[in-house]
Write a protein that binds this ligand. Structure first.
Ligand code: SF4
Length: 316
C-alpha cells in the first residue's frame, strides 16, 4: 500500500513561504501549542471535524448530520443547533461533513498519497518555472510525517520541481536527515531565545529547536529564519539582541535571510469551530506601534550584518 500523508490544506499560487509562486501542502500534527497559532486545525495528527455553529440550520428543520452519524453521542446540540462533534465517535468523517447542506461541518485532514499530491502539484509546473517557485510543505509540524515528505520531495525532484520545507525544528534529527537529500530551502522560526518563556507560550522548550538549527547550519543549506513578533511575548530588544547573537555566533553564516513577521489575529473562528479557547483572547495592541518597533528591530539586525526583512519579500 502506498505511503499516505494526512493533509489538512493545499493552497496553490502562494507567495510567502519560499521564492516565486508555490503550491503549499499543509500536514496535520504539531507538538507545539503556540498561543498565537492561526491553524489550530493542524494540531492533532488525525483527521477531525469542526463545527461552524452559526451556519447550522437546526436539528428540527434539517438534522441530516444525525442521519449519517451512527453514534448520536458524537453530536452535541444546544438550543437546536449543532455546537460540537466528537470526531473519535464518527466512523466516516467525510460522509458526515458532506451531509450538511449549510457547510456547518468542516473536515480537517484527508489521507493522500504522494501520487495524489503530485497530480495537484504538477498542474502548476509552468508557473514554478517562470517565477522561480516550487512546492512548500508546511504544517503543523511536518517532521512528524518526514517519511511521507521525503517521498513527496523525491518525486518533485525527479520532475525538476524546487522543494521548500517549513518547520518548527522541534523534532528528532533523524527525521530531519530523511529530508536533507531532497530539500532545497529550509524555513524555520526562532520564537524566543529564553527557553522558559518559549515553553510558557508554545508548550515546549527551545533547546531541541536551536540544536537542530545549529546542526543544519553546519551543512551549508539555504535557510530562511523567521521571528513572528508577538506583542507582550517576544517583542523586546533584549530578545532581539539574544537572537542576533545566536545567529552570528552559532549559525555558521548560513542564514540567508531573517524575516520579521508581525502578529496578526488569525484563525479565531477555527478555534470556535473546534471548541478550543483562543490563546490571544483579550490581547490589545497598536498595530502602527508594533510595525514601527519591527522596523527598528530590522534596522538593528541589518546593522549587525544580518540580512533582515520586514515581512517575507524584499521591497520592490
Ligand atoms: S446537517 Fe448541518 S445544518 Fe443540518 S442539523 Fe446538522 S449541522 Fe445543522
Amino acid at each position: 500500500m502506498p505511503q499516505q500523508g494526512v493533509v489538512f490544506d493545499i493552497q496553490r499560487f502562494t507567495l510567502h513561504d519560499g521564492p516565486g509562486l508555490r503550491t503549499e501542502i499543509f500536514l496535520k500534527g504539531c507538538p507545539l501549542r503556540c498561543r498565537w497559532c492561526g491553524n489550530p486545525e493542524s494540531w492533532l495528527p488525525n483527521a477531525e471535524l469542526g463545527v461552524y455553529k452559526s451556519k447550522c440550520i437546526s436539528k428540527k428543520k434539517c438534522g441530516l448530520c444525525l442521519d449519517t452519524c451512527a453514534s448520536e453521542d458524537a453530536l452535541t446540540f444546544y438550543r437546536g443547533k449543532l455546537t460540537k462533534i466528537n470526531s473519535r465517535e464518527v466512523d466516516d468523517l467525510a460522509q458526515v461533513a458532506e451531509s450538511c447542506p449549510a457547510d456547518a461541518i468542516k473536515q480537517w485532514g484527508t489521507n493522500m498519497t504522494v501520487a495524489e499530491c503530485m497530480d495537484i502539484i504538477r498542474t502548476d509546473k509552468g508557473y514554478y518555472d517562470r517565477s522561480g517557485g516550487g512546492v512548500t510543505v508546511s504544517g503543523g509540524e511536518a517532521l512528524l510525517q518526514a517519511s511521507f515528505v521525503a517521498e513527496l520531495f523525491a518525486a518533485c525532484k525527479e520532475e525538476g520541481i524546487q522543494t521548500c520545507f517549513e518547520t518548527t525544528f522541534h523534532g528528532r534529527w533523524k527525521e530531519v536527515e530523511k529530508l536533507l537529500p531532497v530539500t532545497d530551502i529550509w524555513i524555520s522560526d526562532i520564537k524566543h531565545m529564553d527557553s522558559a518563556i518559549h515553553k510558557e507560550y508554545t508548550g515546549v522548550h527551545n533547546q531541541k529547536i536551536l540544536e537542530n538549527l545549529k546542526k543544519l547550519s553546519e551543512l551549508d543549506r539555504e535557510l530562511i529564519l523567521r521571528i513572528p513578533v508577538i506583542p507582550g511575548v517576544n517583542d523586546t530588544m533584549e530578545n532581539m539582541v539574544a537572537t542576533a547573537d545566536f545567529i552570528l555566533n552559532e549559525m555558521n553564516g548560513q542564514v540567508a535571510t531573517l524575516q520579521l513577521l508581525s502578529f496578526m489575529r488569525l484563525g479565531e473562528e477555527k478555534y470556535q469551530a473546534l471548541g478550543i479557547p483562543y490563546g490571544m483572547e483579550g490581547l490589545k495592541f497598536n498595530r502602527r506601534s508594533l510595525q514601527k518597533k519591527i522596523r527598528g528591530f530590522s534596522e538593528y539586525f541589518n546593522q549587525r550584518g544580518i540580512h533582515c526583512l520586514v515581512g517575507t519579500k524584499e521591497e520592490q
